[in-house]
Design a binder for this molecule. Structure first.
Ligand code: DAH
Length: 357
């Protein structure tokens, strides 16, 4: 066979082989690899073309034309296969991304405020509407603010009764988790006087408190709101008026209140405050143990020693104070039987009792 015939037949079989390979390509990537292997710089066609240089010059244009035809045929076949494979790839992608629009959606539960947080906000708001300023204090306290300044000296039995959590000591001052929000009275009065202000001073202080205690009505962490007012001529009548307004607003009805003499180191006189039972309207039931009254908070006239401990002239000024447990009030308002429900984070309870914001 002449040189030129041999080249022609090489090109023919190359073309036949290439067309078959293009037609069989499984996807666009495979086709691209074939394009390189036949038409690329180092491809099969280039390899055959190397033989052209050895032909006599007269034969070269003949074979050149033949080569161009082969190239064209390959290019056309590649384009045709590419178009076919592109359609196939698109169909596959659509199939893979198919969405069943008839499936029902996944519902996202709406969040709600925890009932205790809601109660805390509600209680604080009632006092701020009455003109009390909101103040906060640290949850890690020293003994001075939690006890001494509140007229609870080191040997005082009330100090032992508070079931205090002490914090690992980092300095000379023993630190503790505050057992009540009353230390905010001390901090706020001190700050107020340091800024050169004079009473009147009316403050509501919401926050977390801690005691080493755990049962149906006690949790080691719970919330209190401390309320106090210092001014000239503040009396128990003011205390009672504020309590009556607050409790009736909170329980959304006219609740009866009763002050029972009691003892707190930081108030004199002191009183525990009862409300007419919100469940039986005073007739006597299981919740009020038949008495018709439910104890809700502790209160009194701020002890002169407390005023003096922060430098308020206790001859010129007097004040009332009270402190209430938030969980207790929320339980009474919502009819929740066990304090521990607040802290177990059972979504069935939280979504029923939580309050949408
Ligand atoms: N700090 C008291 C406690 O946690 C509650 C209390 C009672 C606060 C009487 C007061 C008060 O301000 O006057 O048990």
């Amino acid at each position: 066979m002449s040189e030129i015939d041999s080249l022609k037949s090489q090109l023919e079989s190359l073309q036949a082989e290439a067309l078959a390979a293009f037609a069989a390509a499984a996807d666009l990537d495979a086709l691209q690899a074939l394009r390189v292997s036949y038409l690329g710089k180092k491809g099969a066609l280039t390899e055959v073309l190397k033989g052209v240089g050895k032909l006599p010059p007269a034969d070269r244009p003949v074979i050149g034309k033949f080569v161009n035809q082969t190239k064209q045929a390959l290019a056309q076949a590649l384009d045709a296969s590419e178009a076919k494979l592109a359609v196939k790839a698109k169909a596959q992608r659509i199939e893979a991304e198919r969405i069943d629009v008839t499936l029902s959606g996944r519902k996202r539960g709406a969040g709600a405020l925890h009932p205790v947080q809601h109660g805390l906000d509600e209680i604080t708001a009632i006092f701020s509407q009455m003109g009390f300023a909101v103040a906060e204090g640290p949850e890690i306290e020293d003994e001075f603010h939690n006890f001494d300044a509140l007229n609870i000296p080191p040997e005082h039995p009330a100090r032992a009764m508070h079931d205090t959590f002490f914090v690992k000591q980092m300095s000379d001052t023993p630190m503790l988790l505050r057992t009540h929000t009353s230390p905010v009275q001390i901090r706020t009065m001190k700050r107020f006087l340091a800024e050169g202000d004079e009473p009147p001073l009316a403050v509501v202080a919401p926050g977390r408190v801690y005691r080493c205690d755990y049962d149906v009505t006690h949790s080691p962490m719970f919330h209190q709101v401390e309320v106090f007012k210092v001014d000239r001529d503040v009396s128990m009548a003011h205390l009672k008026g504020v309590l009556k307004h607050f409790l009736s607003t909170y329980f959304e009805k006219d609740v009866a209140i009763r002050l029972r003499p009691h003892y707190f180191p930081f108030t004199e006189p002191s009183a525990e405050v009862d409300i007419g039972c919100v469940f039986c309207a005073g007739k006597g039931c299981r919740i009020c143990k038949g008495s018709g009254w439910i104890e809700v908070l502790g209160s009194g006239m701020i002890h002169p020693n407390v005023l003096q401990s922060v430098g308020v002239d206790s001859d010129a000024f007097s004040g009332f104070a009270f402190g209430l447990g938030v969980e207790r009030l929320v339980m009474l308002k919502q009819g929740i039987p066990d304090l521990r429900l607040f802290f177990e984070n059972d979504v069935r309870f939280l979504s029923r009792m939580g309050v949408a914001k």
